[in-house]
Structures are given as C-alpha cells and as structure tokens.
Design a binder for this molecule. Structure first.
Ligand code: EPZ
Length: 417
C-alpha cells in the first residue's frame, strides 16, 4: 500500500484549477445507459471511483474510454443487467446504476454498493422510491433483484430526507417512465442540477432541479450528448483548507461561486479573506486561524458534510474552541482519533465534536479510514511540525485527482512512496 510522506509548515502559493466533481460524474456515467449513441463528458475527473463506474459501463456492454480529462461513452442499450459484487463494492456511486439499468432494460440484479464507511448508509429511500414507480424488488442473499413487469410509471414521491442518492435514483428511473413524476423534498445539491442538465440535454424533461420539488415528464428515448462536468466544490473546500492551515495565499481557478456559498462562512469566521474574480477565488489565510465557533453540516445549500473532516483539521490549530455538529452521517469522525495522535484536542460524542485549538500539531504516522478523513489528515500534515506518514492513500485516489502533485505544485513538501 502506498503512503504519503508530508513535511509540514511550508507556505503554499500560486494558483490551481479545480477538478471536475466526482459526485456529478458518477450519476452522469450511470445515466448514459439510458441513452443511445455517444456522450462526451468534459472535465471528468480521473479518479478510482470514476474508473469503477466506467468498468461497470463496460460490463453492461457500453464502451467507455478516457482521453485526458474527457471521457467518451457509447451506449446502445445494455447487453446484460446484472452487476457483480466486485464491481458494486468499489464505490457508493455504483448504486446509481440501480435506477438507470432498471429503466433501460426492465430489470436489474445488483449487490449492495460499497463506499466510505461513514455510517450504515441504508438504501431504503432508493428502494421505496423505485417501488412507487412500479418496480418489484426482492432482496435475497445480499442481492437486489429488481423488475418492472408493467414498465415504470410516473408517480408522486415524497422523500422524508433530501437524500442525494435517492433523488438521483428517481431522476434516472423516472425520466423515461410513462407519465409524470413529482418528487418533493428532493436534494438540491449542484450535482443534482448537473445530472438534470445532462439528462435534459439528452432529451429528458426534468424541471425544478436545484429546488425541493422536481417534476419529471417521462419521454420515449434519450440520445447521448456532450456535457462539461461542474467543478468539484468539495475539492475546492479541501484546497481552501490546505491554504487556511498553512497561512497561505492561493487562487482557485474554475470555481462556481454560488456552489461555495455555504462553505466559505466558517473559513471567514476563522479569519480567511476571499476575493472572487470571474471564475477564480483567491483565499488569503491569517498566520493563525481563529475558531469557527459553531459549525453544523446540513443538506445543500448548508455547510456540506463532505467538508466536515477538512474543516475539523483546520479547527484543530485555530485559536479558541470550535463545536462541530455532524447532522448527515452517524459515523463520520473516524479521522478524529488520528488527528489526536498529531496533538489535536478533540472530543466527540455522537454528532458533536468539541475542538480546543492547540498552538501546533506534530507530524505522526496516521491511518485514513475514508476519503474526506484522508484529506483532513493530509491537511493536518501540511501544518504540523515535522514529518507525517499518511497510510490509506487509496482513499484519497477515490475522490482527489493528482492529490500530492497539486499540492507539490503549490509548494507543499509531500511525496508518495
Ligand atoms: C452522496 O452520498 C455523496 N456520494 C456523499 O459524498 C455525500 O456525503 C452525500 O451525498 C451527502 O451530500 C455520492 O454522491 C457518490 P444521502 P449519499 O443519500 O447519496 C441517509 C464523498 O465523500 N439515507 O444524501 O449516500 C444516509 O444514511 C461522499 O464524496 C438513508 O437513510 O447521501 C445519510 O445519513 C461521502 N436512506 C443521509 O441519508 C437512504 O436510502 C444522507 O445520505 C439513503 C440515504
């Protein structure tokens, strides 16, 4: 297993282009099974999670290839509708194929998806929604066997929680169903809007993306299209964290400012200054951060749960006390024990984390347990005194493109061994 060796306390400088959004690319890749013809996806990040979805597309009989950051997919219907365990287990994004393949072929057989162990991650909302659309779903020996004996029909669906994945499942299953689907309490994340933009460009009729109510009018056929994936707001938040913890002044290129509106306030409270110019964002961090007081993760447009771990790393050396409230996932503090090994003073109890800022962290050998926790530990290593050995680099590769190269280009001392 490869490791990252980080020697801390280098100041960062310069500018960096933000990668394409992982959580937009994954459902859009699944959506291509609904289309006939070729789709060209620009700004598609080169990640192991994206590669996993491309492997599933090939398994299903589609062609998927990459040329730099452009992925081309050619689908003319699926030649099979089962997805084996070793492909499903690689990422949570594989779950998007459930609704897509069911809609494309009338049946699908998958095992339960993989993904970061940040909670139990049930799929009850996915299954309940698909059943509302006419799916017959049986769970046997870890397999989900889904059929639509009378085809999928539009329905009114209300989510008890604005689940991102369940919203995507409904969009993928309903856009070629017969009749109209109204989804209330839909997720409003930018990745939902990007998926709707892709599907509508393929000929779907989805209204209301980005709002709490989606109206999806079923259409006959979808044809592949060209689409540019939106920038990854969580990758942007991670870069902002790296600048914040090293007292740096860097510029992010290719951002969509409105997507970051819920992310910047805690960093501003901590003393970071932001200057927006066209699609660029300059972040200037103070020598030492102030505490962020209270931060709670919420569905979009609130502060995103995926930025919680990096922000906690920043709070660890801030001057004062920060209270984090993780409202989305029930086990998303696995990075805390490792931050403590670096000298952080953080106590967690259920959804709460109490951070007492310390003057500095110290390099240590730490182990990541999930994607965003790995990013938090790397950020901590950038500001720690001495050398940090980070194990679990495979988690970083799931969601961050060229992680150590990007940071090295900004002046960090970080190597992969
Ligand atoms: C997506 O996960 C993202 N993953 C996650 O990013 C992100 O943290 C999450 O949305 C919230 O924004 C992808 O897009 C591939 P949810 P998802 O359904 O769809 C519960 C990352 O680091 N729930 O909005 O799984 C669930 O347990 C990853 O990039 C049910 O109870 O998120 C959680 O507590 C991590 N039943 C809450 O809802 C269900 O059927 C939010 O889950 C589905 C979800």
């Amino acid at each position: 297993m490869s490791k990252l060796y980080i020697t801390g306390q280098n100041r960062l400088s310069g500018s960096v282009c933000v990668q394409g959004a992982k959580n937009s690319a994954l459902p859009i890749l699944a959506a291509t099974v609904l289309t006939k013809g070729e789709s060209v996806l620009y700004h598609c990040p080169d990640l192991t999670d994206v590669e996993a979805s491309m492997c599933i597309l090939r398994w299903l009989g589609c062609r998927a290839s990459r040329d730099s950051d452009t992925v081309t997919v050619r689908c003319d219907g699926v030649s099979r509708n089962d997805i084996p365990d070793e492909l499903m287990r690689k990422t949570r994004g594989s779950l998007a194929f459930l609704g897509a393949v069911l809609a494309a072929s009338g049946k699908v057989r998958i095992t339960l998806p993989g993904g970061c162990q940040i909670g139990q991650r049930p799929i009850d909302l996915h299954l309940k929604s698909l059943r509302r659309l006419g799916a017959v779903i049986r769970e046997r020996h870890g397999w989900l066997e889904c059929r639509a004996p009378h085809g999928l029909k539009g329905a009114d669906i209300a989510l008890p929680f604005p689940s991102v994945g369940a919203t995507e499942a409904v969009m993928l299953a309903a856009c070629t169903a017969s009749g109209t689907t109204v989804l209330t309490n839909a997720a409003r994340e930018p990745e939902i809007t990007d998926l709707a933009d892709f599907l509508n460009r393929c000929g779907a009729k989805i209204d209301g993306a980005g709002e709490s109510e989606l109206v999806i009018e079923g259409v006959g056929e979808l044809r592949g299209c060209d689409h540019a994936i939106i920038p990854d707001r969580i990758a942007a938040a991670t870069l902002i964290t790296c600048a914040a913890v090293t007292g740096s002044d860097i510029t992010l290129k290719g951002v969509i400012h409105s997507h970051l509106a819920g992310i910047l306030p805690p960093f501003e409270d901590a003393g970071c200054r932001f200057t927006a110019h066209k699609n660029e964002l300059r972040v200037s961090a103070p020598q030492r951060l102030r505490s962020m007081k209270i931060v709670r993760t919420m569905p979009y447009p609130g502060f995103p749960t995926d930025a919680q771990a990096p922000l906690l790393a920043a709070a660890a050396t801030a001057d004062g006390t920060t209270v984090m409230i993780e409202n989305i996932f029930e086990n998303r503090y696995r990075h805390v024990s490792e931050l403590t090994r670096m000298g952080a003073d953080i106590k967690t109890e259920g959804k709460f984390a109490l951070v007492e800022g310390v003057p500095r962290l110290y390099g240590a050998s730490v182990e990541a347990a999930d994607l965003r926790g790995a990013a938090a530990l790397a950020a901590a290593g950038l500001c720690a005194e001495g050398k940090t050995e980070l194990c679990g680099v495979q988690y970083l590769d799931r969601g961050y493109e060229r992680f150590e190269q990007v940071l090295t280009e900004l002046g960090a001392d970080i190597v992969r061994v």
